[in-house]
Design a protein around this ligand. Structure first.
Ligand SMILES: [Zn+2]
Length: 231
């Protein structure tokens, strides 16, 4: 029992860690690409930093808005499903018994045993049993869209601040190169961490995010250089 409990908490912690690492990855990748793009257009450090800070704030706000909307709409859907289920339990309890027993038969129980299990679980907590086994809601938990939005904005901003710090201290002539290399290394570390947290190969996780980071920075550097020569 203690081990199962510990495993569930470990899984929750891993979930949060992965979300935080991925949020920070987004911050690094989008802000570093922006900084590299503007620096490749031969902009002065001050202009690069203004663009970078604007990118950090815009990115953090859009991540927060996106997270808030997605968590809220998921919570709305769950609430609506539970309300419909509650109503069905009130209006057609006999059918709901049969339905739940049917789910257990499909999972391999004998019909007689399935009927008994359905009866006992519905006697204890009918809505909980249907929510878990029919709707697939493991836990009826209170959605926290504000917390999720804040967490998403903060992890993005923390990630985004690292290419900005690099842009403050890098020599002007190597600004784009230093921000690219420094950000790619950071992405690799975080990518490896996220992979490790999810039980996947560290090297593969690091290589994957570094590859796409390099592609994103190369494309924005190219566009920046093009604009730098034409504008
Ligand atoms: Zn049902």
């Amino acid at each position: 029992m203690a081990r199962k409990h510990a495993e569930r908490h470990y899984a929750e912690r891993i979930g949060w860690l992965r979300a935080a690492v991925l949020g920070a990855n987004d911050g690094i990748l989008s802000t570093a690409s922006l900084v590299v793009g503007v620096a490749s257009a031969h902009a002065e450090r001050g202009d690069v930093l203004i663009a970078g800070v604007a990118g950090l704030v815009a990115g953090a706000m859009s991540m927060a808005a996106g997270e808030y909307v997605s968590v809220s709409s998921q919570a709305d859907t769950e609430k609506a499903d539970l309300a419909r289920e509650r109503e069905e339990l009130e209006t057609d309890n006999a059918f709901e018994h049969k339905e739940l027993a049917g789910i257990y038969v499909k999972r391999g129980l004998d019909p007689e045993l399935a009927k008994q299990v359905a009866e006992q679980l519905m006697a204890k907590d009918a809505l909980g049993a249907h929510a878990r086994d029919e709707l697939g809601l493991n836990e009826i938990h209170e959605a926290r869209p504000i917390q999720a939005a804040m967490a998403s904005a903060v992890t993005f901003a923390v990630g985004a601040s690292s290419p900005l710090v690099l842009a403050i201290y890098a020599p002007q002539e190597y600004l784009a190169a230093s921000v690219s290399v420094g950000s790619l290394l950071l992405l690799g570390v975080l990518g490896g961490l996220a992979a490790r947290a999810g039980g996947a190969g560290v090297a593969v996780g690091a290589a994957r995010v570094m590859f796409w980071g390099a592609v994103a920075m190369a494309v924005t550097a190219g566009v920046g250089a093009l604009f730098g020569t034409t504008v």
